[in-house]
Design a protein around this ligand. Structure first.
Ligand code: SF4
Length: 437
């Protein structure tokens, strides 16, 4: 591992991340801290003095991609000092330290001090000053902010490396979350997405089993951010009364409930705390309480011992649930997890074939959900511009229930929420016409 650079003012810093929204929220937060300290965030790694990479270890592919990214960054700029954090850095620090250009490997528990370690300057616990309205190079655009409210997990799903990499569950104080969201809203953000490794357990470590519901109530009462969204929620964390929160239209009608398998036997081996009947009841309660709710999920195919019959049961249940979107993961053995030691690991060809079947199903479900809204005007938060033509700018954004929308309009709509008339669904996005006076 190379020596870290000395502390300097006005450094140029390039930020990269792989993996989940939690990693995104952490890199966004580092961006804000660096900018507050007067450093410059650059889009191009070749111009950077320092590079920060937030890695992921959820699958073997994610691990490979992280290492490849670090090598590539070093090829682009062999003068830059690379600091690496995240789940892969936590689990395999020596492997990361041996990569070219790496000067610092920081585990997840010390991640909050990474910016201070690089710059030698203290960081604010949350952002007190409004920022200028412009996207952070290498971080998310300033329309939708990911807010980490919780880290770690006390469950023990047998496939999951995240608990090993992130440790026990711990929650941020609600006051700090309220202040951070107010600051982000003042800075121009229109949407806040609450994230955590196990978001549904928010507050449990502080002695409040109803912590997430109380946090959302406070955020709706004490902030004016136009949109609040919850990221992934484990299905066993939610009581039906939780859905009463959606009586407030600022809470986006989008629920991501990771199922992982629709077969009870597989769920038992995964040590998931849900079964078909409980999941079905939860989905029915959500659909009854939240008009227009968009329900999405995750599923792992090819878990050790998943027979053809188990997969068929899982597939039938997934059809029945009629998700509007589905992330399909091929099981990937992660060292240190109980599943890695189980019998019945399946050949790649079987995992691939099952994945293809569910992906085809997921694409059809997504299209069907989008078709329901054709001809309706829904509010869209416009997030980016991807091109221009003689008719205007090609703009992209999301509805409140997280349907991706594209439109051409002569005015730049970025960071505004405007109604748009939804049309046909094409290649993952709904074509729309903004309704602007
Ligand atoms: S709930 Fe299960 S899958 Fe999710 S982080 Fe915890 S152990 Fe991992």
């Amino acid at each position: 591992m190379r020596e870290p650079a000395g502390v300097r003012d006005g450094m140029k810093i390039h930020l990269r991340m792989l993996g989940c929204r939690l990693n995104q929220s952490e890199i966004d937060r580092m961006a804000r801290q660096l900018e507050q300290q007067g450093h410059t965030l650059v889009n191009d790694a070749a111009q950077a003095d320092e590079v920060i990479v937030n890695t992921c270890a959820v699958t073997a592919d994610a691990v490979r991609s992280g290492r490849k990214l670090i090598r590539e960054l070093h090829r682009q700029n062999d003068r830059a000092h690379i600091s690496v954090t995240g789940c892969h850095a936590q689990l395999a620090p020596q492997e990361i330290a041996a990569l070219p250009g790496v000067v610092r490997v920081v585990g997840n528990l010390e991640k909050d001090s990474l910016v201070a370690q690089i710059t030698g300057q203290p960081v604010a616990e949350f952002d007190l000053e409004p920022h200028e309205r412009q996207p952070y190079p290498g971080a998310g655009a300033r329309t939708r902010a990911f807010i980490k409210v919780q880290d770690g997990c006390d469950n023990a799903c047998t496939f999951c490396v995240t608990t090993i990499a992130r440790g026990a569950g711990r929650s941020r104080p609600a006051n700090a979350v309220v202040q951070e969201i107010n600051s982000l809203h003042q800075a121009g953000y229109q949407e806040a997405v609450l994230t955590g490794v196990h978001l549904g357990s928010y507050g449990h470590d502080l002695g409040d089993p109803d912590g997430l519901r109380r946090l959302v109530q406070r955020l709706l009462a004490e902030t004016a951010i136009p949109r609040l969204r919850l990221s992934s929620l484990e299905p066993w964390d939610l009581a039906p009364a939780f859905f009463d929160l959606w009586q407030n239209p600022r809470l986006c009608p989008h629920l991501h409930l990771p199922l992982q398998s629709g077969c009870d036997d597989t769920l038992r081996r995964m040590r998931r705390h849900t079964r078909q009947h409980a999941f079905r009841a939860l989905v029915q309660a959500a659909r009854a309480a939240i008009p227009d709710v968009r329900l999405t999920s995750d599923v792992i195919v090819g878990f050790p011992g998943e027979t053809d019959e188990e997969f068929a049961r899982s597939e039938a249940f997934i059809h029945e649930m009629d998700f509007a979107g589905l992330h399909v993961f091929r099981y990937s053995s992660r060292p240190g997890t109980p599943a890695a030691k189980m019998r019945g690991h399946l050949p790649e060809a079987t995992r691939q074939a099952r994945s293809q079947r569910l992906l085809a199903h997921a694409a059809a479900q997504e299209e069907r959900f989008a078709a329901r809204y054709a001809g309706r005007a829904l509010p869209v938060l416009w997030e980016h511009i991807s091109g221009a033509s003689e008719h205007g700018f090609l703009q992209g954004g999301y509805t409140h229930h997280y349907l991706r929308v594209q439109a051409v309009h002569p005015r730049i709509l970025t960071n505004h929420i405007t109604p748009a008339l939804l049309g046909a669904y094409n290649q993952g996005a709904v074509q729309a016409t903004p309704v602007i006076e």
